[in-house]
Structures are given as structure tokens and as C-alpha cells.
Design a protein around this ligand. Structure first.
Ligand code: ZN
Length: 777
């Protein structure tokens, strides 16, 4: 554990130091456009310089055969599992590391102590629990660990990590089979916290079990960091090995069980009527209720003493999660994935979620799989299930989401949008990190950021007016406006991130969206992003592999972009400081007359001349007509036969190209721009002409290469320009739009004289017009 901790620490320190010092430190104009060089991991035979897996890429495999028994009276889970571990690495191994995530909840666990805490005006039960701790018997109890022959194996538990010593060195290419017996008391998820556990419904005295991180799981051993045994503290999520699962779950006979993979004994676990509905769902175009609300309402009243065992199997998954309860409806619908297969889209939910989930959940599952498949690879698993559990957490083929209606069946628009977003997000996690299996403990952004980006794509394809909170550039501005000491790079270890939501979800999602819409364009981005997903599906990518692949597949140098958005904290603020306007002197006396006259008059102006005139002074040359001569009436800029002649002579001597240039009436605008934010970005300029037409011009961020702070550039236009605006579509996350226009244009705003208490606001509030409409009727 310490070894990994130290190396991660060194890596971060290294990055910060490199950001200032590496590659051309003596440059007089900064190094924002220098290649990343040593900030990336060295390529080797496992990971190629192109960002693809190398010719000798390897990864470990762990198969599980698990039998577990759920005690609904004591809220306890007992299990026995056989792990077959395949050493595909070139290294001999003398021990293995197993993750005991339930130890996160252990009394006096290390992770409960090192988080800061503060007293607030209102303290929730969970806040108090966090401070006072608990006195419950939570955490894993290891009953035995034995090898295939039944001999006990030596092990030691360090918090959430367990080292099991192997009886003999596990050679490259060899496998090792061992058996762990364990049990633990299931925790109350709503008071203890965490991703798995139970929720108790006092009205009907029933439990909803959402079982996650419930069995001892193999840690990842990889080419880039050896064993990933950095402790689970509840924050940085998981690093897991792919494998095949066979799982038997013994539960009360009146429970319904859903899980990762496919259930192979519905004939034994469902009623004949339910089994028939399940068969109908295989070809259904609309969700079919297999376990119906009517059946659930009846079932909720009793408590079966008999028991049933549900059999599941799943291939090539990195984890297994499940749900068990007597108070859940189950619906399903078949959905076809382009270029792939027919997948069962399914939902499991209690009566309180029925008004929302019955209409939306399964269709959202199908929509998510389709949109993500289009942007990555066809969804390869046979099923995907959305479970309502009033939280948001992802597992292969199954995820836990929220979205409950009020007792009268109504709900606010805010609840509906939140449900839509969370279902897309958690189902979307099937792609990142369940299939593109990055190390979540180390890099949260690699799954949350990529997934939140794809969530945005799916939300926008669900509804053109969907109020996406993460993805659009303008939504990250408030975060990027924070003082520098409150910001941290995206490339920060999961455990150390202070502002988790903006840093690991919103900023990377926004950065990818800007890359797609503004820097690379959809065509180049989509191909490269897809290439990354294809290359690393069912493998373990690192940030270096992602950064390299995006460039390798697009021919767009993005090192400056990774520096700015992923390794840096600078915001974008490009200011249009001044505009100078030039026109060609045509020498044509008819064209230039008024300009020349105006310049001449301007030269004669002075405050004294103006005030003298205002005072009514009688000027001598006006009072005494005798002073008037030829020059008193002379029009010095009038076109005379002679001046016209000389112009025509000059014009006819021009070459055809020079004449063309003359006729284009060129207008020249010299723009001074400064990079006030620090993050270099492309220049997007909207020109509004005097005739009312507009033109948008896009210039690569390379414009800042030789001077990262100030640039001057001249633009030739064939029409007069009335105004200029930088970033007219608000696509670069510019934190100060007041300096984006010429002439200056200030953003209108509103303020309230008296702050009203909880007035009617938009969809972001919890108001429920659906309920209001019920009252009227
Ligand atoms: Zn997520």
C-alpha cells in the first residue's frame, strides 16, 4: 500500500513540476505549445506510442463461482466463493491482493478518521454518524481461505486490502484456484452511507437490498503499476479484473432478484404467468411488466418463510452486483443495437417510483445503449437493467438510480430531469469503466469524465431542450472563475480532489465537448474517440493511452490542449483589447474627397476655436469682406479635370491584379487581443457588417504559439464592419464575456430589490406544477 502511495505521490509532484519546467523552460514566450514529452508514460511493448495496446499487452483474469445467502431477518449476507486467478503477466507472483470493500464501514476504520468535519446549523443523521462513528459490527468477517486441496492459506488484512500468500510462486501463464468463506452484516445505506446496503421501508416493513462490493474481489495487477492496492476510502472507486461469473443467490421465496449477467433459472424462480410475460418481452417493442405492480402490492403484505435460489452467469465482466426485494416491479423490452445484437433493456423499481419508471426507465436504458454504441462500439452484453434505489451507482449490466414520485403520483420537472440524467449516466457507465476498464481509484475523470461527456450526447439526443448541467461550455464558467488556489488539474488522483463534481465530471466532459465542437470538429473527434473506445474495450487504458490515441487517429496536435485543460488550471479569458481600422488610399479624388475633407477639418479643430465660436466672436475675415480672396472660396478637395486625369493615368498603369485589388474596396481591421485567463484557445470571431450581414471566422489556437499573452492580427474584409464579437456561440468557456466585443457590449443582468422567500422559479426548483394541476381538476 505504501509503495503505491509513494509512487502516485511522486507522479503528481512530478506533473506539477514538469508543467513549469519541462520542454523548453527558457522560452521567452512560455511553453504552452511544447509537446508533453516526459509528462506522458514512456511507450513500451505493452503500450504503444500510438496509444494502442502494444504487441505484448497482457492483463490478468479472475473467474468467480459464488454462492451467497441473504438473511432478511438479520440483514446479513453469507458467502462462499471460488476464485480462479490467471497470471497472464510476465512476472512470477508470490502473493495476491484481494479487496474487502465492506471494511470501509468497519468500526474505527482508518478512512472514517482522516476526513475533515465541521459543525453546521443543521446536522443530518448521516453528518452526525460521520463524526460520532458507530458501534455496529460492520465489515467483512473472513471465515476461511483455502487452496484447491483444502489447505488453509496465510493472509493478512490491512484495512480494505487483504494479502493472500500463495503456497508456491504463481508462474507466468499459470493459474491458481482458492476458496474464501465470508459473511457480513449489511449496513443501512441511508445512515451509514456507501454504495451497497439496504433501505428499510417502515410503512410496509420491507427491505430493498442493493448489493455492491459484496464479495472479496481481486485487485488489479498491471504492467503500469503492479498491484493496485491503494485503500478504498469511499471516494476513489474501483480497479477490477475481467472474468467470468457464476453466482447463486439464496433469498426469501417472495423476493425478486436482478443482477449482472443472465439468470438461467427463471423457470424455477418466476410464476408461470411471469415466465410467459418474460418470453413476450423478448420481442416486445414496448416495456412489458413481468412482475406487476398488482403482484408486488399483494406480496408486500406477507413474509415468505420458504427460500429460492437464483442462478446467474456473466462473461467477461469486471464485477457483479444485484438487487433483492419483495417490493419491486420488473419490466423489460428487447432493443436492437446497430451493428450488434438484441439486448434486454430492463427496470426494477418500487411502487413509489412506478409513475416515473414505468413510463421512462426502460426506454431510457434502450436509448442510452443506442447512443453510446453509436459513439463507441456496439453494446456487447445481453442485458442492461436500471434499478430505482434512490442513489446513483453503476455496475456491469445493472445500475442503481433515483426518481421517486409523490404519494399522489405527481412529480416535479426537476425530479424527472434528475432521473433522466442519472439513468443515462449510470447505464452509460457500462461503456466507461465497465468495458473500457480504466483504474477509477487513480483517475476518476477517465470514467466519470468520459461518461459524463457521452451522457451529454445522449441527453441532447433524447430531447433537444434537455437542460444538461454538464457538457455545455458555459456551464463550467462558474467553476473556472474560482481563485487559482481553489482549483486543481483534472490529472489529480481521485483521493485528493477537493471539488469532485466539477473537477472529475464537469470539467473533463466540457473539455471533450469543446474538443469535439470547437477544436477538432465532429468528424475528426468522433473517429478518434471511437478508436480509443475500440482499442481499449475489455482492456485497461491509462490517460497516456487516451491522449495519444486522440492525436494518433486525427492528426490534430493536442498536446497544448491536454496541458491547458487536463494538466492546467487556467481558465479561458480572451480579451479583444482594441481594433484599428485602415482603408486603402485609392487616390481617386471622387472617392477620397469626403475623407480628406474630414481629416482637414479635424486638424483645424481645437477647444479654443469651438469656444470662440460659441462666444459669438466676430472673426475678422468674416466681418471684413475686403479680406476675402480666391482661397476664401477654394474647394481644395474637389475633383478637378487635372486631378481626375492624374488619377486615371495612375490607374491605367496598374497591372490587372492591382486593379482587382483596387476594386475590392478592401477594409483592414487590426485586432489586438490578450490572453487574460491563461488557457490558450482557438479564436472564434463574428464580424457584423454595416449592411447587417454576419460572418464567423475560426482560427486555430496556434495563433498564440509565439506569444501566449498578446497577439495582433490584421483581417482584410471587403465590407465595412460595424461590430466584432469573440466566441459568439459561447463555446470556449470564456469566463469574462464583457471584454469579448467591439464596440464594448455589456451583458444585461437583473437584480432583485427584495429577496423573495422561495418564489416560483424554473425547472431547477422543486416546484410541482403537475400537483397544482391535480388540485384544479
Ligand atoms: Zn458516474
Amino acid at each position: 500500500m505504501r509503495k503505491i502511495y509513494v509512487s502516485v505521490f511522486a507522479l503528481l509532484l512530478g506533473s506539477a513540476a514538469f508543467a513549469q519546467n519541462d520542454n523548453n523552460p527558457k522560452s521567452n514566450h512560455g511553453n504552452k505549445f511544447e509537446q508533453l514529452g516526459q509528462m506522458l508514460a514512456d511507450p513500451n511493448e505493452y503500450r504503444s506510442a500510438s496509444g494502442a495496446p502494444g504487441p505484448k499487452y497482457w492483463q490478468q483474469k479472475a473467474d468467480y463461482d459464488i454462492s451467497a445467502t441473504l438473511d432478511d431477518e438479520k440483514q446479513r449476507l453469507d458467502g462462499v466463493e471460488t476464485i480462479t486467478y490467471y497470471n497472464n503477466s510476465p512476472d512470477p507472483l508470490s502473493y495476491t491482493w484481494i479487496q474487502l470493500d465492506e471494511n470501509e464501514h468497519k468500526k474505527d476504520g482508518e478512512s472514517s478518521k482522516f476526513d475533515e468535519s465541521k459543525m453546521k446549523d443543521k446536522m443530518s443523521l448521516r453528518d452526525l454518524q460521520g463524526i460520532m462513528g458507530h458501534n455496529l459490527d460492520l465489515g467483512d468477517h473472513i471465515v476461511s481461505i483455502k487452496d484447491e486441496a483444502g489447505n488453509p492459506l496465510t493472509y493478512i488484512i490491512n484495512e480494505t486490502m487483504m494479502r493472500v500468500e500463495l503456497p508456491q510462486t504463481l508462474k507466468p501463464g499459470a493459474k491458481f484456484k482458492f476458496k474464501i468463506a465470508w459473511w457480513y452484516n449489511i449496513s443501512d445505506r441511508l445512515t451509514i452511507g456507501g454504495r451497497g446496503g439496504y433501505e428499510y421501508f417502515p410503512e410496509d416493513k420491507n427491505y430493498l437490498y442493493t448489493m455492491a462490493q459484496w464479495y472479496p474481489r481481486m485487485a488489479v495487477y498491471s504492467d503500469f503499476q503492479g498491484w493496485q492496492n491503494k485503500q478504498f476510502t469511499g471516494r476513489g472507486e474501483f480497479a477490477l479484473t475481467f472474468g467470468d461469473f457464476k453466482v447463486s443467490l439464496n433469498v426469501p421465496a417472495d423476493h425478486f432478484v436482478g443482477g449482472t449477467g443472465v439468470c438461467s433459472n427463471y423457470a424455477q424462480t418466476l410464476t408461470p404467468a411471469q415466465l410467459k410475460r418474460w418470453e413476450q418481452a423478448q420481442t416486445a417493442k414496448e416495456p412489458i411488466e413481468i412482475v406487476t405492480l398488482g403482484e408486488v402490492k399483494k406480496q408486500m403484505l406477507g413474509h415468505a418463510t420458504a427460500r429460492k435460489t437464483w442462478q446467474f452467469h456473466a462473461e467477461n465482466v469486471r464485477d457483479f452486483a444485484w438487487v433483492s426485494s419483495r417490493r419491486v416491479v420488473w419490466d423489460a423490452m428487447a432493443t436492437h443495437i446497430d451493428g450488434g445484437k438484441t439486448v434486454m433493456a430492463m427496470s426494477i423499481y418500487g411502487p413509489e417510483a412506478y409513475p416515473l419508471y414505468r413510463r421512462y426507465s426502460t426506454k431510457l436504458v434502450a436509448h442510452t445503449l443506442k447512443v453510446y454504441s453509436k459513439h463507441t462500439f456496439p453494446y456487447p452484453y445481453p442485458a442492461a437493467t436500471s434499478v430505482e434505489a434512490s442513489n446513483g451507482m453503476e455496475y456491469p449490466m445493472i445500475c442503481f438510480n433515483n426518481g421517486r414520485a409523490d404519494k399522489d403520483g405527481t412529480y416535479s420537472e426537476a425530479v424527472k430531469y434528475a432521473m433522466t440524467g442519472v439513468i443515462i449516466h449510470e447505464v452509460g457507465h457500462n461503456f466507461f469503466p465497465m468495458i473500457v476498464n480504466s483504474d477509477e481509484r487513480q483517475w476518476t475523470w477517465m470514467d466519470e469524465g468520459l461518461n459524463t461527456f457521452c451522457q451529454f450526447l445522449a441527453e441532447q439526443e433524447w430531447d433537444n431542450k434537455y437542460p444538461s448541467q454538464r457538457g455545455p461550455a458555459a456551464k463550467i464558467v462558474d467553476y473556472m472563475k474560482l481563485p487559482a488556489d481553489q482549483l486543481e488539474p483534472i490529472m489529480t488522483n481521485s483521493e485528493n480532489i477537493v471539488r469532485f463534481g466539477p473537477n472529475a465530471y464537469s470539467k473533463p466532459a466540457t473539455a471533450l465537448n469543446i474538443l469535439r465542437e470547437t477544436v477538432m470538429g465532429r468528424q475528426l473527434f468522433d473517429y478518434a474517440f471511437k478508436t480509443y473506445a475500440h482499442r481499449w474495450a475489455f482492456k485497461h487504458p491509462t490517460p497516456t493511452d487516451f491522449f495519444r490515441t486522440m492525436e494518433d487517429a486525427s492528426a490534430v496536435d493536442l498536446d497544448w490542449y491536454w496541458r491547458g485543460w487536463f494538466y492546467g488550471i487556467d481558465p479561458v479569458d480572451i480579451s479583444l483589447d482594441s481594433v484599428k481600422y485602415y482603408r486603402l488610399d485609392t487616390k481617386n479624388p471622387e472617392v477620397e474627397r469626403s475623407y480628406n475633407q474630414a481629416q482637414f477639418d479635424k486638424n483645424l479643430q481645437s477647444i479654443s476655436a469651438t469656444r470662440n465660436k460659441e462666444e459669438g466672436i466676430k472673426f475678422a475675415v468674416e466681418a471684413d469682406t475686403a479680406l476675402s480672396d480666391f482661397y476664401g472660396k477654394y474647394d481644395r478637395f474637389a475633383a478637378t479635370p487635372l486631378s481626375k486625369q492624374s488619377y486615371e493615368a495612375m490607374y491605367s498603369a496598374l497591372s490587372p491584379q492591382e486593379k482587382k485589388f483596387y476594386e475590392n474596396k478592401n477594409y483592414f481591421y487590426e485586432l489586438d487581443l490578450s490572453n487574460k485567463g491563461g488557457c490558450v484557445m482557438p479564436l472564434i470571431i463574428e464580424w457584423t457588417y454595416a449592411d447587417g450581414t454576419k460572418e464567423v471566422e475560426r482560427i486555430s489556437a496556434y495563433i498564440w504559439r509565439k506569444n501566449e499573452k498578446n497577439i495582433t492580427k490584421v483581417f482584410a474584409k471587403n465590407k465595412e464592419v460595424k461590430s466584432i464579437k469573440i466566441d459568439p456561440y459561447r463555446e470556449t468557456a470564456d469566463i469574462d464575456e464583457n471584454n469579448n466585443s467591439w464596440p464594448r457590449e455589456y451583458t444585461p443582468s437583473r437584480f432583485e430589490l427584495f429577496k423573495s422567500q422561495g418564489g416560483v422559479r424554473g425547472a431547477s426548483s422543486g416546484t410541482n406544477p403537475m400537483k397544482e394541476s391535480l388540485k384544479k381538476n
